[in-house]
Design a binder for this molecule. Structure first.
Ligand code: BGC
Length: 437
């Protein structure tokens, strides 16, 4: 067990940016013109959960679209200096080619209020959701459809640019397609790299703020450490989700197993920082379909009572992964855990910030950290996982900051912390109960 109460005092460099993140569909509610909303209404949505004990539609989510002014106050009260949020394309272009100016005005007001509080905003332009009309046209699955996204960015970006301190063009496209090789998935990977590059160059015409796309950085490891197949497949998983993205942005060379490589000068160098979303490590098992192995038993922490969210804490992965990203500044744009017992979140935060600090001591240029998430929210198919620093009562929408929110505020105020800080917020360490698979 980590001796977390004896953690030495750590201090982050002056100007290090502290904040939290959310995504529109997960908090706003009534996102009725999106493909996600549409899919949540279909009977198929409950195929994996016929009893409907876990899955639920997003509905009003956190009702943030209505309560956004209150939420700006909350972000400021919690001492956050920065906030990562996404803008819902389907609220601005609900029907193809038809702009809803109220949607754009809403986001402008939100951004202005955040600026008024001195909060620096990182905006994600596509966080999994897209307008239903775009989805029905084949979404990004059709390379040519990127022109619709480009037209939308040309409408939106100049309007909001003065209020944005950092940009994510797309969230986590590096995971799209999963662990599949060959021609069925490579075109989508290449298209997304080009969509990212298009967004990057377009934004640069209007904004001096740094641009990237958020990268889901998974730390892959082999189930059987000395098994050649497991090791090879771990290398493959790492290439398919991590390295193809880094390599393309560094060199302009689009490489994916099973297809001819391509070169695209627009992709080369199309980033100003690495935007890292890090949660945990994943096991690779060459003998299982899809290659995904189970979590290690002794590290499965009972953070959330649902079978598909067995979290594993692996802060060391943050150090190992960040060491690969020395050529550009880094912002951690997501890091957090689905914990019912909020004490886990304090432990998780302390261990990951401590690992982050160590990566910085090793020379990685980390500029800021956005905790996922500001508040409990709609975790894509379910309200059960609780990722928030702030609890949300989904019947009344009342927000209540958890102890972890106050711990984090103290970290921000002190620009660091020590084991003694952790001890003030935890009278005892939470029990790490094993959970059956
Ligand atoms: C996504 C978030 C999600 C979080 C936790 C990330 O992959 O960007 O939208 O809520 O993981 O699962």
């Amino acid at each position: 067990m980590y001796d977390i109460f004896s953690l030495p005092a750590i201090h982050f460099p002056e100007g290090f940016l502290w904040g939290s993140g959310t995504a529109g569909h997960q908090i706003e509610g009534d996102n009725i013109h999106s493909q996600a909303w549409h899919n949540e209404q279909l009977p198929d949505f409950y195929k994996e959960d016929p009893e409907r004990t876990i899955r639920a539609p997003s509905g009003k989510a956190c009702d943030h679209y209505r309560l956004y002014q209150e939420d700006v106050e909350l972000i400021a009260d919690l001492g956050h200096q920065a906030y990562r949020m996404s803008i819902e394309w389907s609220r601005i272009e609900p029907l193809e080619g038809q702009w809803d100016h109220n949607g754009a005005a809403h986001y402008l007001d939100l951004l202005e209020r955040l600026a008024g509080k001195g909060i620096r905003v990182f905006v994600t332009l596509h966080h999994f959701t897209q307008p239903l009309w775009f989805d029905r046209l084949g979404g990004f699955g059709k390379a040519d459809n990127r022109r619709f996204f480009e037209r939308y960015l040309n409408f939106l970006v100049p309007k909001i640019a003065p209020l944005v301190s950092g940009w994510n063009v797309i969230n986590e496209f590096n995971l799209w397609g999963g662990l599949t090789a060959g021609p069925s998935i490579a075109p989508l990977k290449f298209t997304m790299l080009r969509v990212h590059a298009m967004g990057y160059h377009l934004i640069k015409q209007h904004s001096t703020a740094p641009v990237s796309s958020a990268h889901a950085f998974i730390h892959w490891f082999p189930r059987r450490f000395h098994d050649t197949l497991d090791r090879r497949m771990t290398d493959f998983a790492d290439f398919a989700t991590n390295e193809f993205f880094f390599h393309a942005l560094r060199t302009g060379e689009l490489v994916y197993p099973g297809v001819d490589a391509e070169y695209d000068a627009e992709v080369k160098g199309a980033l100003d920082f690495w935007s890292v979303n890090y949660y945990t490590r994943n096991m690779v098992d060459a003998r299982r379909a899809g290659l995904n192995g189970p979590r290690l038993h002794h590290k499965q922490l009972k953070m959330v009572p649902m079978p598909f969210y067995l979290e594993e804490m692996y802060p060391e992965g943050l150090i190992a992964n960040l060491e690969r990203l020395r050529d550009y500044p880094v912002f951690i744009t997501e890091n957090g855990c689905a914990a019912v017992d909020d004490r886990f979140r304090i432990v998780y935060l302390a261990l990951h910030l401590s690992a982050l600090h160590e990566a910085m001591e090793r020379g990685v240029d980390v500029r800021g950290y956005f905790h996922w998430s500001l508040m409990d929210n709609y975790e894509w198919t379910s309200f059960i996982p609780r990722f928030g620093l702030v609890a949300v009562d989904f019947a009344t929408f009342r927000r209540t900051p958890k102890p972890s929110a106050f711990f984090y505020r103290e970290v921000i105020r002190g620009n660091g912390f020590s084991g003694a800080t952790v001890k003030r917020y935890l009278d005892a360490l939470p029990t790490l109960t094993q959970q059956e698979i």
